[in-house]
Design a protein around this ligand. Sequence first.
Ligand code: NAD
Length: 575
Amino acid sequence: MIKLMTDFFVEKPELTAKIESYTTAHYALVTTYSENFGISEADAWGILEGLQKKVNEAEYIHVEAPRPIKKVLQLSNDEINMLRTMIDYFSANPKMSPAGSFTAKRSESIIEAYQWFFGSSNGNGEVARENFQNLMEKLQTSMSIRLETLAPIVASPNPYEAVLKLLDIAAKKLNLDPGMHEMLKRPMRTMIVNIPVVMDGGGIQVFTGYRVQYNDVLGPTKGGIRYHPDLTLDEVIALSAWMTLKTAVTGLPLGGGKGGIRCSPKEMSPRELEALTRGYARAMARFIGPLYDVPAPDVYTDSQTMAWIMDEYSEMVGYNAFGVVTGKPIAVGGSLGRNEATSRGLMYTVIEAAKHLGMELKDAKVAVQGYGNVGFHAAKLLHELGCKIIAVSDSRGGIYNAKGLDPEKVMEYKNEAGSVLGYKDCDSVTNEGILELECDILVPAALENQITRANADKIRAKIVAEGANGPTTPDADEILFRNGVFVIPDILANSGGVIVSYFEQVQNQMNYYWTEDDVRTKLQSTIVGAFKDVLIVAQQYNVNMRIAAYMNAIKRVADAMFLRKNKGFVPVVNE
Ligand code: NAD
């Protein structure tokens, strides 16, 4: 029904003809709907009334964009009000717009009614007009529309905007030089390439790939390569900004970068993926290298992908350049301990947080959202410390057992059954529910935007250790801080991965390889040092750990910039 209304406002002919013959918008909509969908007019009327009620009560409305973006976009409050005005226009007794006003230019009559009801009487309606255009665009292209009265559906906010918001807060606390702040808001270099691949079926398909080198003040840029059908340049830029902060907060001599290809890896054969990866490596060869920019695996890329890139690059430069990527298989320059590094680093930060809070880890109750590489290893390592893993989940849902789970056995079961769901002696719990369980430590290790303004007040854990990137929104952060929940932010909690990637680079350059114990000891001292530095700033400035981590990271980048360029920048001075 919403689609039909939208068609009317973008002047598609179907309803127009009806309106002209029926004289009221309401009757035209009801009869057209009834004829198109083969239901009675009375039922169509009922649907319109029901829709109006739902939209009036909805707190949040989301639309799903079509492929290749396919993201869930949240309508702004203004757009929701515009939608309410639009539905009112078609109701039996319009309250906002006079019945029959369709004789005027349609969009203008709605904009006028909207301004009258929701807007200010000032201005010439440009803002309302823009809201109207945005709403029409979203509704026309949407694949589905979801209404929610209680809690927001997880939308896909632009992650780059989230980074900029946090950057602003931290920069203000640091009295950061405005020029430096401007520099940090933008990526240093962005590359877009198009890679033709001969597909198994015989045709050629062209894929778009990105590499963003955000900032290299502290050293060669470093960051993963992501293969995903919904990948956008903004997402890659945000991830590269996070990498800049992650390497800086841990004190690594590296900058931040990120890359990716917009493709559907699950629908491609291994040969197609190899051809695509080698094409990407050739296209990027002049911009990456052990001394410039060192990629690593990310979502839907793995050690095999890295081996292909390393091989293609080595063929081009004429020698074995193992150091061009990290996350490689052990046999071709990989580091021992890389697989579990992110989770091991997370465990070290949890130990430090528990010490700080005076909390006993023996029998501490742990819930883990996401049972992939990070979630599983985190559960396993915390279990080895004596914690009780009471709940874990994957994309299909979660399991709960108050007496505790054996992480390895759950993984064996998941490998066979395809999910943790159905594991013996457990109750089931939803992915939203797992976050709200009564527990001591919560490890979100799946997706971004899991802890939001809507559920932050319900988090009962004492420590939230962010295995995933961006699981908590900035508004939720403030609520958690106010409620005394100790959040170990992603750029610190999951930095073990990049720390051991850095160790891999070092080993490649020395051509001398360390034992797993060496790797663990060095990882521990690096991440524990970073944790302590962040905690000091959090206490000194009375800010949450995320802002403190951003402050430390930004200060390191800004100080290095000052030392390198000397003029033009005011150094950051701690109070
Ligand atoms: P993965 O693909 O191995 O695991 C992801 C897990 O999340 C899977 O078990 C999947 O079933 C589950 N999942 C998907 N949707 C879910 C949902 N809606 N609710 C609950 N679970 C869901 O990925 P990973 O390497 O473990 O990465 C997980 C997160 O950690 C990502 O945010 C990633 O960016 C971040 N991260 C990973 C590393 C690393 O070294 N692997 C390093 C830093 C950060």
